[in-house]
Design a protein around this ligand. Structure first.
Ligand code: PEP
Ligand code: MN
Length: 255
């Protein structure tokens, strides 16, 4: 596999700044300019460089809110320009890659699309950073091979993301597989981050798990943050408020 031989850059080097652990935070879904601006201001105050937010949402139910689409991407891009942030947002359809390249700094491939091979191949033909989430039912081998699909087409700018897998456990939404982080570290030089919000699905234990994670060699942590989580159009239960997020960072002295 090419993935094992390549000398990839760390996430911080990919974006030309030095931060041992990169935090990617923002709402599940982009809902309004006001919402994104509030989150962005919180990120800047905490010296965070990456903002996330979905414009195309892969919802389990076709009747759930599907995101603002291109309008959402425009909001994200405006807010990034204003606050000098790097955006992470998901593309679910290969036909939207072109528009994604225009508005998004890091294109996310979501869990449900980890094995969407036409999407992976098309992203592999670009030179754009890709954040590849592990499929919720995928083995580590399948996760590595999905990255290989992108690499094989020539794109080496991949950030791997462990976001929890489905198990029999019900206390958490998914099971955060920390061994996946170790295997990816052992077999590749790709950066790997942990998405705590989608792994846990609840925020009362985020503080503890965050503390465990920052004491590993993980390259980054993804967290969902919303100015008013109770009104969030998706993943309301697992989203931190701006104050909760700030408190989490302040109690953990990352930078
Ligand atoms: C997301 O990050 O918004 C998302 C939908 O996550 P996942 O693909 O991991 O379910
Ligand atoms: Mn979400």
């Amino acid at each position: 596999m090419q993935i094992e031989k390549m000398n990839f850059k760390k996430m911080s080097e990919m974006f030309m700044f030095e931060q041992k652990i990169s935090i990617i935070a923002g709402p599940c879904t982009i809902e309004s300019h006001y919402q994104m601006d509030k989150v962005a201001a919180t990120l800047v105050r905490n010296n965070i460089k990456f903002i996330r937010g979905g414009a195309f949402k892969p919802r389990t139910s076709p009747y759930s809110f599907q995101g603002l689409g291109i309008e959402g991407l425009k909001i994200l891009s405006d807010v990034c320009k204003k606050h000098d942030l790097i955006s992470v947002s998901e593309i679910i359809d290969p036909r939207d890659i072109e528009i994604g390249l225009e508005y998004i700094n890091v294109i996310q491939v979501g869990s449900r699309n980890m094995q969407n091979y036409s999407l992976l191949k098309e992203l592999g033909k670009t030179n754009h950073p890709v954040l590849l989430k592990r499929g919720m039912m995928s083995t580590i081998e399948e996760f590595l091979l999905a990255a290989e699909y992108i690499i094989k087409e020539g794109n080496k700018k991949i950030i791997m993301c462990e976001r929890g897998i489905r198990t029999f456990e019900t206390y958490t939404r998914n099971t955060l597989d920390i061994s996946c982080i170790a295997v990816v570290k052992q077999k590749t030089k790709l950066p790997i981050i942990a998405d705590l919000s989608h792994s846990l699905g609840r925020k009362d234990i985020i503080k503890a798990v965050f503390r465990y994670m920052i004491n590993t060699d993980v390259d980054g942590i993804m967290l969902e943050v919303h100015p008013e989580p109770q009104y969030s159009l998706s993943d309301s239960k697992q989203s931190l408020s701006c104050d909760e997020f700030t408190e989490l960072l302040e109690s953990n002295k990352l930078y």
